[in-house]
Every structure is written in structure tokens, then in C-alpha cells.
Ligand binder design. Sequence first.
Ligand SMILES: [Zn+2]
Ligand SMILES: [Zn+2]
Length: 390
Amino acid sequence: MADTDIQSGCIGGSSLVASLASEEVEFLLSPRAKVPLQSLHGKKICLFFSANWCRPCKSFTPLLLQLFDTLRKKRQELEIIFISFDHDEQEFNDYYKCMPWLAVPFNSNLHRKLSEKYHVDRIPSLIPLNPDGVSVEDDSIDLVEDYGAEAYPFTALRREQLKAIDHAKRRGAKIEELLAHDEQSYVVSRDGRKVPISQLVGKTIGLYFGAYWCPPCRAFTGQLTEAYNELIGTTKRDSLEIILVSTDRDLKEFEVNMSSMPWLAIPYEDRIRQDLGRIFNVKGIPALIFIGPEGKTVSTNGKEMISLYGAKSFPFTESRIAEIEETLKREGEKLPQQVKDMKHEHVLKLDMAKAYVCDECKKQGKYWAFSCEVCDYDLHPTCVQDQQEL
Ligand SMILES: [Zn+2]
Ligand SMILES: [Zn+2]
């Protein structure tokens, strides 16, 4: 190779080509043939540092394959070059079989030199080279994990743009913008029926993040079902829908989870599930996000609302919760602080409880109760007999 080719200035990959050439690398591998180094000139290049023995690499490589395929379909120029950390050539060959992109021929020393040059301190690592041929962008593994092919061209600017889009969606986005994309425009019911996202427009939507393997989710599903059935059975029938955003481990588990739910779900294979978790910054499950009929996020704390106030909290706005709490407060003000009931030996005190069973009528109670501080004894305020105010 002529020096002038290597030193030809502001062309993508020229610094890489120079490094490779100085290590006596004469060509790259492609799945079909050897590729001369010069063919890298002017191309958008990403270096992929990885190894067959590395577990995180194994879970990342399918994402990169998907990205590569999507970009090829969109005719986006990108060369990925695999730089192997494998122990030997056999391992390298086994791993490279799954890759449709280029590779530096196996060399047990070269990967150290290149990882030093590009400041790679862990694998997998995906380092995009800038068009100036010298500087590089930050490791883009996380960007690809979060955004898939949308991450292209992996620049700091693209990173900012994607964050800004997420932020705008978190603040408020039409339900179509939030849930539909090029490949999917429907949600599913538990019997497999496809419901177009356009049918959800104008409703209050609850995005329920949960999984069957998580016991608190299964408990919350019960509470949510109760509130949902109550609302769906009223005039609010057409104004609410819940959509499961499953974090189940596989399709089978998702189906089991869904079988107990009367609402809809994002199809398990739809990648928008991950996007929604990221957009709404969901850190734990169960979580319930409510989107208002205008497409504005009305609450990120729907789980707490449903647990405390059930169907009453509809339409899940802060002002509705303030209203409920004000009403409860006023109810409490009308009640005595403590009473003596003829059926019970101790004084009973006014108390606020999430849930209790009344020891007189044996029915469930919520909010105000008269409770014994000595033993486990609760009464509905309306079930106190021979009430004497103390
Ligand atoms: Zn009672
Ligand atoms: Zn008692």
C-alpha cells in the first residue's frame, strides 16, 4: 500500500488504516472475501470489540445484528469492524460466523494495541470513528441497547436529540406517537384480537408496567382489575383503557400474565415495550403511568392512586386526588376522635386505614375506622353501637 493512501488526510478511518498497516495487517475479512484496507477510506466506521466467551457480548451481538440489518435496508452507510478478544483462532472463527460485517484477522496481540489506542476498557465496546479519521465518539453500547438503529450515527448530537425526543414524549405525546411506529400500529387483547391504536385516541390510558414473576405485580393486578371493572361498568366505559407493558421473561409467561387481565397489552414482540420503560424512567415494577385524553402525562404515580383510592381516583389527576383527600378530611372532622362501643371492652380511636375488615359486619372497610390500640379490632364508623363520645 502506498503511503499517500494512508496519509490522505481528512478521510474516515485513515488513522485506523494507518494503525492496522503498521501492524502488518494487509486486509480485513468479510463473510465472503478478503477486503483491502483502502476500501475503508471515506466510510462511516464503528469498531466492535468483543469475544465469544464474554456473556454480555453474547447478549449484545443480536442487537447489533438487528441494527446492521435495519441500516442496510435503509441504505445507510456503515461499516462495522469486529476486533476479537477471543482466546484463539478457532473461537474467533466460531464467533465471526454469525457476523455479516468486517473483521480484523485474528491476532492475539493486536486487540491490546487497538484497545489502548481507542481507550477500550471493557467488552463489548462499540466505538464509532469520526469522519476526521482521528477522533472517536463515546462507547455506543448503551446507546444501541436503548435505541437500536435509531442510535445511528452514534454522535454526541444524536445522543442529545434522542434524549430530547424522550423528554418531549414523557411530558406529553399523542397516544399514536407514543405507541405506534413503522412496524406496529396495534395493541392486543388477551384472546389475541388486534386493536388499532387509533381506537385509543381520546381515552385516558394507563400504561401498566408489570410481570408475572413479580409477586407485588400480581397483587396489584388484583387491585387494578377491581378498579377497572368498576369504571368500565359505568358511564366511564369508553373513557379509560389500561395497556400492559410487560416485562415478562418470555412469551409464554406474558400469555399467562395476560390471561388474568381484562385489558389490552403491547404485543410481546414489540420493541416499543423497552422504549416506554425508558421514556417514563420506570425503575421498578409494578408501575402505572396515566396519559390523559389530550395526550398529556397526568400521573406517574398511578399505582399509589389505585392502591389508595381505586376507581374513585379517575381521571387520575392531582386535582382529583386533592378532592378525594379533602372530602375524606371533612368526613373525619365530623367524627369523634374516640368512642366506646358496647361490644368491645377498650376505647376505640378514630384512625385512617388503607384496608380493614369490620369486626361487626365482617365487610371490608377503607379510610376511616374506629380501631382498638390494644387488640386487633376495627369498626366501620357506621357500625359503632351505643356510641358514646368520650
Ligand atoms: Zn361494619
Ligand atoms: Zn381492644
